[in-house]
Design a protein around this ligand. Structure first.
Ligand SMILES: [Zn+2]
Length: 304
């Protein structure tokens, strides 16, 4: 099956630490790489976890708090030093355009590639782009400044016969459409090969939603309805619900409630406040509401 793989490059919150860099995730959909937020240290983490920076096709920045984009200028500059030629799509709020341009101009650098800025809006679920393999949407979150989450939905794949099987068996031409329409294959010696075993197909396309920084908002569950893998911040434990509300962040239980309401399969929580040395308190609180909760940590890989 083609890749649908998430790598967490940074799982921490405002202040990066040696154990947890600031927010950054990479999603690999069928070999196409998308970077979601780019906190400080993201490019170092890419090297560590073997993510090829020049393979990144688009970057999505949820909002302009530094822990979500302070790694961006360094990464853009390294792409230039690597002589990237391919245009890079950047999805962000408008001020980032001027911030990046100012830094590049001040260094008197002419990037080796073009950046295409695509501005985010907070008007509900907005389709950002559509390719052969994936559809990407943004949706508004409730934070102190404009902020969006992102939803990646794999497109249904057409059936294909497993490469290994084609290589190892002599399949007459006229059999290909029959196998692809669901028939079992019978070879010249009368051996029967069940269609299920020789054909790749997907009944349920995979999906991933990223909710970076947000106060509790049930609308998020509607935007992410039926998602397979949901990342939702959980900056605070439940006793600090008032602090979470005041700072436009969420508690572990609130993240779990969104997962339950959206009927997600798996919840990842992260962006933990540095006050929690041991994250098990937050994981356990979330698990009380949504059993399938996993802690985000740097280098964690999820293969769907
Ligand atoms: Zn923030």
């Amino acid at each position: 099956m083609s890749d649908f793989k998430l790598t967490i490059l940074g799982s921490g919150s405002a202040m990066p630490t040696p154990e947890r860099f600031s927010s950054a995730h990479v999603l690999n959909v069928h070999g196409h790489l998308y970077l979601i937020d780019c906190g400080e240290g993201a490019q170092i983490a890419m090297k560590k976890y073997n993510i090829k920076m020049n393979k990144i096709e688009a970057i999505f920045i949820s909002h302009l708090h530094g822990d979500h984009y302070f790694g961006l200028i360094g990464l853009l500059n390294s792409m230039h030093l690597n002589n990237r030629k391919k245009e890079l799509n950047l999805y962000c709020f408008k001020p980032l355009d001027d911030i990046i341009k100012l830094q590049i101009e001040a260094a008197n650098t002419q990037l080796s590639y073009k950046i295409k800025y695509n501005y985010l809006s907070e008007e509900g679920l907005v389709k950002l782009f559509d390719s052969k393999h994936v559809e990407v949407f943004s949706f508004p979150l409730i934070h102190r400044i404009p902020c969006c989450g992102f939803l990646f939905k794999e497109k249904k794949q057409s059936r294909n016969i497993k490469k290994e099987f084609v290589k190892n068996h002599n399949i007459p031409k006229e059999w290909f459409p029959k196998i692809l329409s669901g028939q079992d294959f019978i070879d010249e010696n009368g051996n029967v090969f069940s269609n299920n075993e020789i054909v790749n197909f997907q009944l349920n396309p995979r999906s991933y939603a990223y909710c970076s920084d947000t106060a509790y908002d049930e609308k998020v569950a509607d935007y992410c309805m039926g998602v397979k893998l949901l990342y939702h911040e959980a900056s605070f434990a439940d006793d600090l619900e008032d602090v979470a509300k005041e700072k436009f962040h969420s508690t572990a239980s609130q993240a779990a409630l969104i997962a339950r309401k959206s009927k997600a399969e798996t919840l990842i929580i992260g962006h933990f406040s540095n006050r929690y040395k041991d994250k098990s308190l937050l994981i356990n609180q979330a698990k009380q509401i949504f059993e399938s909760t996993i802690e985000a940590y740097d280098g964690k890989v999820f293969e769907l």
